[in-house]
Design a protein around this ligand. Structure first.
Ligand code: PMP
Length: 456
């Protein structure tokens, strides 16, 4: 494509499209992706310059096996030659059945006991959360507790952009203030202490806070909903797995369901197949998405126990009240099966551990920077937290000049690289992130004192 046409493309985008969390026609840089292969993206800027960058984001944490993976490409092509979509009402197909069986086999389960046995296929993470919340309310109604229509979640949590999901996101950082009439009603426990610095006393104080809130409001609560072990979009905040055990006990004590939103954490990202595995806790309901199709197509799933499924099915409603047009899309399910097939070979565990080690050592020098408040890693997640908000435009550009694609938010520059990233890729990502922070933010730091050791 000629440079003039290239300019046209970005101008045409600006004239017609919305981008995530952006105004119409944002005055912010936009890059065209010309090609994507393995861990690399070929970007072309508005001025026609090309950059080959290493993807530190896995396209919002989804492309765990890299772009144009031969196994995933082949699965998509095979299904395309069979059929791409059929409705799921009254019909079924092999990709959906196979996917449900795989998910159930992988899902957290008590040793020798029941796990999550029933699967609802949804179009996106947010929709999976909506379905989980509906199911919890329907379960309580089925149990003759129709007043239980509220949820207990945690400060710092993020669960999606649709209304019910927004309603369980952090009330300050979420969108509650923009939609005050629509998002009231839920309860928020304190944010759990940071994993790196949590003392037994801090965990106990947190547990007491959650237990009190649940005890005081149990008659109106349907479920507890949390992102296990790592709060992602709410701040890349890792917390002790022990907190999940506390939540399980609190839920059981008061007849609440426990919902784990594993949309960001699922499929190995935190070092366990599901983050629930860090504590050996089995939730009643679990949501997965993002990496489910290796980032190829939009698909998510809600899994629940046989007990919850049969109670709702036997209730007066007689059904789980949800059914989207593209439910169980065969193309997406076929690619998900291929992606989970790669996960099933188990190599992800060594890859995530290896990447985690590389991230920890590669990001450590960032702690020397005055602008940096904290550096932390969990699994294949690496985070640089600044004292102040990131200059997203400048840091993104500085990282691109060093061959790295990052998308910072708030005061965080983080990476969740594809599992296929090599040691060299990780070294490039961590060096690029650190150098971009130094270039953009270090010059602005007046306070300069070294890192004080405070966690987030
Ligand atoms: N839950 C969590 C934990 C997430 O990280 C996200 C997406 N960032 C969602 C839900 C929403 O998923 P989606 O964007 O696919 O609707």
């Amino acid at each position: 494509m000629q440079d003039s046409q290239q300019k046209d493309l970005i101008q045409r985008d600006r004239a017609r499209l919305w981008h995530p969390y952006a105004p119409a026609s944002p005055d912010l840089p936009l890059w065209e992706v010309e090609a994507a292969d393995g861990v690399r993206l070929r970007l072309r800027g508005e001025d026609g310059t090309r950059h080959e960058v290493t993807d530190a984001m896995s396209s919002w944490w989804s492309v765990i096996h890299g772009y144009r993976h031969p196994v995933l490409d082949a699965a998509a092509k095979r299904q395309l030659d069979t059929f791409s979509h059929v409705m799921f009402g009254g019909l079924t197909h092999a990709p959906a059945v196979e996917l449900a069986e795989r998910l159930v086999a992988m899902a957290p389960a008590a040793p020798g006991g029941p796990g999550l046995e029933r699967v609802f296929l949804a179009d996106s993470g947010s929709v999976a959360v909506e379905v989980a919340l509906k199911l919890a309310v329907q379960f309580q109604t089925a149990a003759r507790r129709p007043r239980r229509q509220r949820f207990l979640s945690l400060r710092g949590g993020y669960h999606g952009d649709t209304f019910a999901a927004m309603g369980v996101c952090d009330p300050v950082d979420g969108m509650h203030s923009a939609f005050p009439g629509l998002l009231a009603g839920n309860l928020f426990g304190p944010r759990p202490p940071a994993a790196a610095s949590a003392t037994p006393e801090a965990v106990q104080a947190w547990a007491d806070g959650v237990a009190e809130l649940a005890a005081a409001n149990a008659a109106e609560l349907a479920a507890i909903v949390v992102e296990p072990v790592l709060q992602g979009a709410g701040g890349m905040h890792a917390y002790p797995a022990q907190c999940l055990t506390v939540l399980r006990e609190v839920a059981d004590r008061h007849g609440l369901l426990l919902i784990f939103d594993e949309i960001a954490t699922g499929f190995g990202r935190t070092g366990e197949l599901f983050a629930a595995g860090h504590a050996g806790v089995v939730p009643d309901i679990m949501c997965v998405g993002k990496a489910l199709t290796g980032g190829y197509l939009t698909l998510a799933a809600m899994l629940c126990t046989a007990e919850v499924a049969s109670a709702v099915s036997a209730s007066q409603a007689g059904a789980l009240l949800h059914g989207p047009t593209f439910m169980g899309n065969p193309l997406a399910c076929a690619v998900a099966n291929a992606s989970l097939g790669i996960i099933e070979n188990g190599r992800w565990r060594a890859d995530v551990a290896r990447i985690g080690t590389g991230l920890a050592s590669g990001l450590a020098p960032a702690l020397e920077l005055g602008a940096v408040r904290d550096v932390r890693t969990i699994g294949a997640v690496g985070v640089i937290e600044l004292h102040d908000a990131v200059d997203v435009t400048a840091v993104t550009a500085a990282a691109i000049r060093r061959g790295v694609w990052v998308r910072p938010f708030r005061n965080l520059i983080y990476t969740m690289p594809p599992y296929i990233s090599t040691a060299t890729d990780i070294a490039q990502i961590t060096a690029g992130m650190t150098a971009a922070v130094a270039e953009v933010h270090e010059a602005r730091v007046e306070r300069v004192p070294a890192y004080t050791g405070s966690a987030s």
